[in-house]
Design a protein around this ligand. Structure first.
Ligand code: BGC
Length: 540
């Protein structure tokens, strides 16, 4: 795609397609590439600039695609390589870029390399591409160290010949050994494979986890400042090499890192000019609906990014965390658990959460930088918190010994149209359509795209209007903001030229600033006052 003056990734609105739940084109109850292609007109009319697509590669689906068996093949569940190529091309004709996920920390245990490693036995060159070690204890029956898997239980599994292999996630996701040159060469080749097919960038899964301390020390004996597997300095060498690969291709190919770091400074290190382009701003996602905390995180974001010249990203939801309409509807005592999911306190007040989600949409879309929209947030979908245990599929549920219900509640299929579940998710089939992979709530008829289209009060029309204005208004997108004086509980900032965003997070009405007129508001503005949990975009 042609390069404009400022690279697209500095200000893009990137829509996250969780492929298995977006749209089912072939009627098997699972979303697929055919479904995405059929919904490109919807995405175009919504006004998004790019799609981040969760892993679509060949995979046994032990972690819904984050266990990749072949990085150059599409899983038959989702379609074919030819369909992926057609999607990339069609999206480009709509002016929409495509950013697939890449999963470099681990492969599937069904990947050719891992099968070869098992077959070849201890000490073989094949095993050296993964992290195999003898066990501890007299018979080697104890794991090589005390590391735990993010999904519960030890991070080690023993194979029949007695060796153990490392997996920071499920046992079906063996960690690759990034100290091995084959691993570097293979991933650079995979990047090229997809860049040549026209993808505009990659979302890098677990970008902070690739390099392990070669001594594999117990966490209990941790010495020095660096963690033995998270966010080690050596990881940046990998991304410097990846950046060079991306820069070989025309059209501003860009990376976004999923990197969890202890401090904003450590995150900035991923975004140096010769490293990755952007990273998810999880601090913002994890901040409660509170003016003081949000302002602090916004300011910290800019001071952190200012040191490296990278643009901000704003993200409220994704496929790993509770949907924000439900989060904001709680006086949350929050807790982040092993798999990064959000454990809420008490039931959600969805009316409140939805009001806040509307205001939050205007806040994030007015901030300088890029924005991620997780599929369904534009429909105001809440977390589905009452999925019966019998349908839960996230491996977190099993691996946590049924103590953590996992992330299925934010992954329920998108409701498109009609009066009955699954609301047009799968095509109508007179012979009977397969049930969707997760059940869709019976009361979602008013939440469908069809029901919300044309309803000026709907979440969908708010997103459409905001995205349209964002594209047209010269003040929005990249660049800077200036905070305006405002009482506690109010966030008010100006962007040039002539644009003001005001968000009321207090419990009182707030009078709009003098000499402004509303461009867009998250709710009806009465007597020039913003109600609590309301936001407005204003012209000066
Ligand atoms: C992805 C998760 C996945 C994990 C392991 C995460 O960061 O977002 O969905 O389970 O990586 O690949």
């Amino acid at each position: 795609m042609p390069s404009t003056t400022a690279p697209w990734w500095r200000s893009a609105v990137i829509y996250q397609v969780y492929i298995r739940s977006f749209a089912d084109g072939n009627g098997d109850g699972v979303g697929d590439i055919a479904g995405i292609r059929s919904r490109l007109p919807y995405l175009k009319s919504l006004g998004v600039d790019a799609l981040w697509i969760n892993p679509w590669y060949k995979s046994p689906q032990a972690d819904h695609g984050y266990d990749v068996a072949d990085y150059r093949e599409i899983d038959p569940l989702f379609g074919t390589l030819a369909e992926a190529e057609a999607l990339i091309e069609e999206a480009h004709t709509h002016g929409i870029r495509i950013v697939p996920d890449i999963v470099p920390n681990h492969s599937s245990d069904q990947a050719a390399w891992f099968r070869a490693a098992l077959a070849a036995g201890p000490g073989s060159p094949e095993r050296a591409r993964y992290v195999f070690r003898p066990g501890r204890g007299p018979d080697g029956t104890l794991p090589p160290n005390d590391w735990d898997s993010r999904f519960g239980g030890p991070a080690w599994t023993r194979v029949p010949d007695g060796e153990w292999y490392l997996h920071l996630f499920t046992p079906q996701q063996p960690d690759l050994n990034w100290q091995h040159p084959d691993v570097h060469a293979e991933f650079e080749s995979v990047l090229r494979f997809w860049f040549e097919r026209g993808v505009d960038g990659f979302r890098i899964d677990v970008a902070h986890g690739l390099v392990k301390d070669p001594e594999l020390p117990d966490l209990a004996d941790r010495h020095g400042s660096m963690h033995p597997f998270w966010d080690r300095d050596e990881v940046h060498d990998i991304y410097r090499a990846w950046r060079k690969v991306a820069d070989e291709y025309p059209g501003d190919r860009a990376f976004v890192a999923e990197a969890w770091t202890d401090t904003p400074e450590r995150l900035a290190a991923y975004l140096r000019p010769d490293g990755l382009h952007t990273a998810f701003n999880f601090d913002f996602l994890m901040t409660d609906w509170n003016a003081k905390d949000l302002r602090t995180v916004i300011d910290d974001t800019f001071s952190m990014l200012g040191t490296v010249g990278a643009p901000a990203t704003w993200v409220m939801s994704n496929h790993d965390v509770m949907r924000h309409a439900s989060r904001y509807g709680r006086k949350a005592a929050k807790k982040w658990v092993a798999n990064e999911s959000y454990v809420p306190a008490g039931p959600a007040d969805l009316e409140l959460g939805t009001r806040r989600a509307r205001a939050a949409a205007l806040l994030t879309l007015a901030l300088p930088g890029g924005v991620y929209v997780y599929q369904g947030e534009e429909l105001g979908l809440p977390e589905v918190e009452d999925l019966p245990e019998s349908v839960l599929q996230d491996p977190v549920w099993e691996h946590s010994g049924h103590t953590d219900r996992g992330r299925d509640g934010c992954r329920v299929p998108i409701p498109w149209s009609g009066q009955t579940a699954p609301y047009g998710f799968s095509p109508e089939d007179p012979e009977g359509t397969a049930a969707p992979w997760l059940p869709v709530p019976a009361d979602w008829a008013p939440r469908t795209v069809q029901a919300q289209t044309g309803d000026a009060t709907s979440m969908l029309e708010l997103y459409r209007a905001a995205l349209l204005l964002r594209h047209k208004h010269p003040a929005l997108g990249d660049s800077t903001l200036t905070w305006l004086d405002a009482p506690a509980g109010i966030l008010a900032f100006r962007r040039e030229p002539d644009f003001v965003c005001v968000v009321n997070l207090s419990t009182e009405q707030y009078r709009l600033p003098e000499h402004t007129s509303p461009l867009l508001a998250s709710g009806f503005i009465e007597n020039n006052h913003l109600a609590p949990d309301q936001a407005a975009w204003l012209a000066l």
